[in-house]
Ligand binder design. Structure first.
Ligand SMILES: O=C(O)CCC(=O)N[C@@H](CCC(=O)O)C(=O)O
Ligand SMILES: [Zn+2]
Length: 335
């Protein structure tokens, strides 16, 4: 296999390859762009016109998605996968991956869409660099742009695999993309209704990509991911990369759709979240339930019918989201 196919090894050992570009026997070009960043270009004449950004390790302890990207990249580098799409592989936070931790100083997935300019430190610089990798990659005109940012969650989930679909004023969520996600094994999609500061929100809002955060199971260390079944996603990604994806029907049967009712923001150190520490994502909360309290007698009481909670986390920094209250929605407004 070409040495550049071992991007994870290079990243884990903090090693810069001597040779930055390598070409497979099939004429596929691999180019190392910087730490944790590798571009794959299909041979001239075989390009199907898709630019696919695959990122993982935005949170360093979420290893199953990193292992999946490593497997796909090995397939490309040893000639088993024949890419017809341009692909950018990104490992988001290499120092955090090396330490097996979510982040070093601060959550990099709260520093996109310009937020890094208001901050400092390693993660702020890396967020700016990731934005630049993505901006350059998606700068070619008249091509289709797709970004999957792969994650696993801190806690277990009643719905194991799901996507978060960013929001941009005036832009409709695509039914075709939802069908593609269902075919890739996603069981639910959360349709966002406001701008955000995550990596997928950046590529969706600023670079005109179709972009998603994919949550694929529970975060565990490298080599301990047998319970995270990524077979359907892997199959679909291979097909997308090879440009031989079977057509999807647009019925969205079996795909549960949710919208955001409210984001729970932690305002102060007095924030108190009234949920068991082991509560699973998508747990239902009854109307009238006192979900959280903060200073100045601020109370978060559930008012919505069918409300569920995802990503509850009282340990986030003040000013950040400490959970999302979601409700079921319909496919009516899809484009
Ligand atoms: O398990 C958790 O609480 C967080 C899992 C995670 O990292 N989720 C992403 C979602 C990004 C998005 O909202 O699109 C995150 O919180 O960054
Ligand atoms: Zn994550």
């Amino acid at each position: 296999m070409l040495a550049l196919g071992k991007l994870l090894e290079l990243t884990l050992t903090d090693h810069e390859p001597a040779e930055k570009t390598q070409v497979t026997t099939r004429g596929v070009r691999l180019r190392w762009l910087g730490e944790g960043a590798l571009e794959v270009r299909p041979p001239e004449g075989e390009d199907c016109g898709l630019d696919l950004l695959l990122s993982a390790g935005i949170h360093g302890n979420e290893t199953a998605p990193i292992e999946l990207l490593e497997k796909l990249l090995h397939g490309v580098a040893n000639g088993e996968i024949r890419p017809r799409a341009r692909v950018l592989f990104l490992f988001g936070n290499p120092p955090a991956i090396r330490k097996g931790e979510r982040f070093i100083e601060q959550d990099i997935n709260r520093l996109f869409n310009g937020r890094h300019e208001l901050s400092s430190g390693f993660e702020a610089l890396r967020a700016a660099e990731l934005e630049q990798f993505a901006r350059v990659f998606f700068s070619k005109p008249e091509r289709t742009r797709l970004h999957y940012d792969l994650h696993t969650a801190i806690r277990g989930s009643k719905i194991e695999q799901f996507a978060l679909y960013p929001y941009k004023e005036g832009r409709k969520h695509s039914r075709r993309e939802l069908a593609r996600l269902a075919a890739a094994g996603m069981q639910a999609v959360l349709l966002q209704s406001k701008s955000s500061i995550t990596f997928s929100a950046f590529t969706y809002e600023q670079l005109e990509a179709e972009a998603f955060t994919l949550e694929l199971g529970k975060a565990r260390p490298f080599g301990q991911n047998e319970q995270v079944n990524l077979d359907r996603l892997e199959t679909r990604l291979r097909q997308i990369i090879e440009g031989n994806e079977p057509p999807t029907d647009d019925t969205l049967d079996g795909l549960q759709l949710f919208s955001v009712a409210r984001e729970i923001i932690k305002h102060s150190d007095s924030f108190n979240l009234h949920l068991p520490t082991d509560i699973e994502n998508f747990s239902e909360l009854a109307k009238g339930y006192l979900l959280a309290e903060d200073l100045a007698e601020m109370r978060w009481v559930v008012e919505e019918e069918g409300a569920r909670i995802i990503f509850p986390n009282p340990k986030v920094r003040n000013g950040l989201r400490a959970g999302i209250l979601i409700v079921p929605t319909s496919a009516q407004l899809l484009g």
